[in-house]
Design a protein around this ligand. Structure first.
Ligand code: ADP
Ligand code: ZN
Length: 215
């Protein structure tokens, strides 16, 4: 089953994926994580992406599309994948169609004030990438990852100026994908306003399972 996760930055896509990927035992592919991994390892791709990311802009389509195409050509995705953070533009969706078939597109919907609250409180483990939130998912010890003991930090693009820019970019370039996949007939909408992550996951899993059965 090839699944893509749509939704504004900060709506919780990464958190939900990390919770459902075991259930379906398919890989979780996050373009943001791949870019951050490249930045950490100081690769050429990382150097190119960083300038855009810190400003809250999208990395150019060509770079991003090639990166995803390459990732989806690997063996581990033959039974499916959850793609989180891609596509983010119509051009990316059109390109994806050429090299992979999307079975289900999930749109996580939440109000602007909810999104801003999530982004500004988000914290990430530098070592394993686990996602926390100062209020909603606090680590047991402040500044320390529950899972691996790594240091927890705030992403540069989770600071107020970049957040504003990312939401603008989302509205303009990414939100048209909701209609794009609706017209394609494989869109599911999941309400992500609640702070009760378990209930969002439960709803998501029910919807995915029933869509899978009817497919
Ligand atoms: P979020 O969903 O919280 O915005 P991500 O980790 O998905 O965070 O993405 C962080 C940044 O990485 C984006 O703001 C953008 O600069 C870059 N990026 C990730 N995915 C894409 C993509 N599909 N196309 C272009 N840029 C991307
Ligand atoms: Zn960690």
């Amino acid at each position: 089953m090839n699944i893509i996760f749509l939704g504004a930055p900060g709506v919780g896509k990464g958190t939900y994926t990390s919770r459902v990927k075991e259930k379906y035992s398919i890989p979780h592919i996050s373009t943001g994580d791949i870019f951050r991994g490249n930045i950490k390892n100081n690769t050429l791709l990382g150097k190119e992406a960083k300038g855009y990311m810190d400003k809250g802009q999208l990395v150019p389509d060509e770079v991003t599309i090639n990166m995803v195409k390459d990732r989806l050509s690997q063996d581990d995705v033959k039974d499916g994948y959850i793609l989180d953070g891609f596509p983010r533009t119509i051009a990316q969706a059109e390109a994806l169609k050429e090299f992979s078939k999307v079975d289900i597109a999930v749109n996580f919907a939440a109000r602007d004030d909810v999104i801003i609250q999530r982004l500004s409180g988000r914290r990430i483990c530098r070592k394993c990438g686990a996602i926390f939130h100062v209020k909603n998912i606090p680590p047991k010890t402040e500044g320390v990852c529950d899972k691996c003991g790594g240091e927890i930090y705030q992403r540069d693009d989770d600071k107020p100026e970049a957040i504003k820019k990312r939401l603008e970019v989302y509205k303009k370039q990414t939100s048209p994908l909701i209609d794009y996949y609706k017209e394609g007939g494989n869109l599911i909408v999941v309400d992500a306003n609640s702070e009760d992550i378990d209930s969002i996951i439960k709803n998501l899993v029910e919807r995915l399972d029933s869509t899978r059965k009817s497919a």
